[in-house]
Design a protein around this ligand. Structure first.
Ligand code: DX5
Ligand code: ZN
Length: 213
């Protein structure tokens, strides 16, 4: 199990400083939003490229964008390691997964709180990550939606794929997700919203039951 800090809640004017505060993590979660698939706009490839020059950490890139197939090569060139696309945003999700793999990257598929596991079930063997959204995508700092936990259980029961939970994950909801079978815990505001992100990271690891590296 591991924590993936989401820089969405970080100070964008001091991104490298914020990332340094959590430099013991194995992966960073990068939330790309286009103002179409979700109402919010965050950042895109240039920011990822700049960050890439500062750290070797694995870039877990969450694309909350329409037609993600148009940007696979751009995000690969910017330094992404994994591209996670939304099943709701793809006309042919399997084809996009193949495209991501052909670009040499790991491929994830995300589902919104109202999208059933069945939507991605045929893909579970081919993908590197199933991302279960535990809030409606678009904004940090929302409340965890408890009904999504059973989807984590369902995926864990039928597949060995890595399962990531994203949205409203904290010291209380994280352990519930861990119990259900989640492997990777995206955490934004409960980390970067705190004065000391490094201390918050240690506390969250302890709460979820993750051994510090
Ligand atoms: C929401 C994003 C999340 C967000 C999580 O659409 O996908 O990654 O940053 O933030 P918190 O932890 O604040 O819910
Ligand atoms: Zn995310």
């Amino acid at each position: 199990m591991r924590i993936a800090p989401s820089i969405l809640a970080a100070d964008f004017a001091d991104l490298s400083g914020e990332v340094e505060a959590v430099d013991s993590v194995e992966l960073l979660h990068l939330d790309v939003m286009d103002g179409h698939f979700v109402p919010n706009i965050s950042f895109g490839p240039p920011v990822i490229e700049s960050l890439r020059s500062r750290t070797d950490v694995y870039f877990d890139t969450h694309l909350m964008i329409e037609q993600p197939e148009r940007y696979v090569d751009t995000f690969e060139a910017a330094g992404a390691d994994r591209l996670t696309v939304h099943a709701e945003a793809c006309e042919d999700t399997a084809a996009v997964v193949d495209q991501i793999h052909d670009a040499g990257l790991d491929a994830g598929v995300a589902i919104n709180p109202d999208t059933p596991v069945e939507t991605i079930e045929p893909l579970l063997e081919d993908i590197d990550l199933a991302l279960v959204m535990t809030v409606q995508p678009g904004f940090g700092g929302q409340s965890f939606m408890h009904k999504t936990v059973e989807k984590v259980e369902k995926i864990a029961a039928i597949s060995d794929v890595e399962i990531e939970v994203d949205g409203g994950v904290d010291a209380e909801t994280g352990p519930q997700c861990a119990k259900a079978g989640a492997d990777t815990f995206v955490i934004g505001s409960s980390l970067f919203g705190r004065d000391d992100a490094s201390a918050a990271l240690s506390e969250l690891r302890a709460a979820i039951g993750i051994d510090a590296e």
